[in-house]
Design a protein around this ligand. Structure first.
Ligand SMILES: C[S@@+](CC[C@H](N)C(=O)[O-])C[C@H]1O[C@@H](n2cnc3c(N)ncnc32)[C@H](O)[C@@H]1O
Length: 290
């Protein structure tokens, strides 16, 4: 996968891109990153990329010219990219969206600053708008790093034990169970006996129960969506690029309010909603949601 980032601060990404999961994905050849300073595409000798807003008001607005030129320059080489404009006004990033993005061949991320982008950048570049949460950052670089990190860990070679991805929070629709490591007792707090039992079936059952309890206590919204989940694929849910919402098909036997998410199986064309028609692709979950 290739990700190009258009930013005014490419140097912010240097340590980020050379360490940890992102560095490993690059070393493994599954991720290629480039950072382009779009100030290079400014059209005046002062390298101006922002200007005052028409109609007045505080702050400066990123101009169309440098960003259009930068996008066209970067995309003049290689395959077309899915363009993503980072903005607090976009669709909120979650694990299903991350998995969907990780399945794409190429992303182009646009990092804003100041008051943000001239509206015609959004309109004219055909971007997908993505937010990393309901708060305002001073620039899109931190948001781009969040997105890249989350995507990179789903790519081959990024995570030491890929199986761990399928048990992580959100990957199966629940929060993950708690972990313990040595020592067995720390300041009077003991590791649950079942984890020391060596009985793998009991350990798995305990972990499922903990994941359920934890999700019910902290994120009941997740639990009500994933009423029952049976993982039918060793890959993380959604790693095939299909978000659970997109993969639904209605159960013939179920009531109107319940649907089957079939992931991990080949689903007949006719049983998929129009949106996924033509897909005989592998899905990642098998479960029932309300
Ligand atoms: C100060 S913000 C601009 C906020 C804008 N005036 C608004 O109210 O929607 C500057 C830039 O930071 C980035 N940014 C800020 N918050 C973000 C978020 N929650 N998710 C993604 N990007 C964000 C965007 O690229 C944005 O253009």
């Amino acid at each position: 996968m290739r990700i190009d980032v258009l930013t005014l601060f490419p140097r912010l990404f240097q340590p980020f891109a050379s360490h940890g999961v992102v560095g490993r994905a690059m070393d493994a050849g599954s991720l290629r990153l480039s950072f382009v300073d779009f100030r290079q595409f400014a059209r005046d000798r002062h390298k101006t990329v922002d200007d005052r807003p028409f109609g007045g008001g505080p702050g400066m607005v990123l101009m169309c010219g440098p960003l259009f030129d930068a996008v066209e320059f970067v995309e003049s080489e290689g395959e077309p990219a899915t363009r993503i404009l980072l903005t607090p006004q976009g669709e909120k990033l979650d694990q299903a969206r991350v998995a969907e993005l990780a399945a794409l061949p190429r992303l182009l991320l646009l990092c804003g600053h100041y008051e943000g982008f001239d509206e015609r950048i959004r309109l004219g570049l055909g971007v997908r708008e993505v937010s990393i949460g309901d708060y305002v950052l001073s620039g899109g670089e931190a948001a781009a790093m969040v997105l890249i990190d989350a995507v990179a860990r789903l790519l081959p070679g990024a995570v030491g034990e890929p199986a761990s991805l399928s048990e992580e929070s959100f990957s199966e629709g629940l929060l993950e169970y708690p972990h313990f490591t040595r020592p067995r007792v720390f300041r009077g707090m003991e590791v649950p006996a079942v984890l020391l039992s060596g009985n793998h079936a009991e350990i798995a059952a305990w972990r499922r129960g903990q994941a359920r309890e934890r999700t019910a206590a902290r994120r009941p919204d997740l639990l009500s969506r994933f009423h029952r989940i049976r993982v039918a694929d060793s890959r993380p849910a959604g790693a095939c690029g299909l978000s659970p919402d997109r993969g639904r098909h209605r159960s013939k036997s179920g009531s109107g309010s319940r649907e089957i998410i079939a992931i991990g199986a080949r689903v007949p064309r006719t049983s998929l909603r129009r949106r996924n028609q033509g897909a005989t692709r592998r899905l990642c979950y098998l479960g029932v949601v309300r």
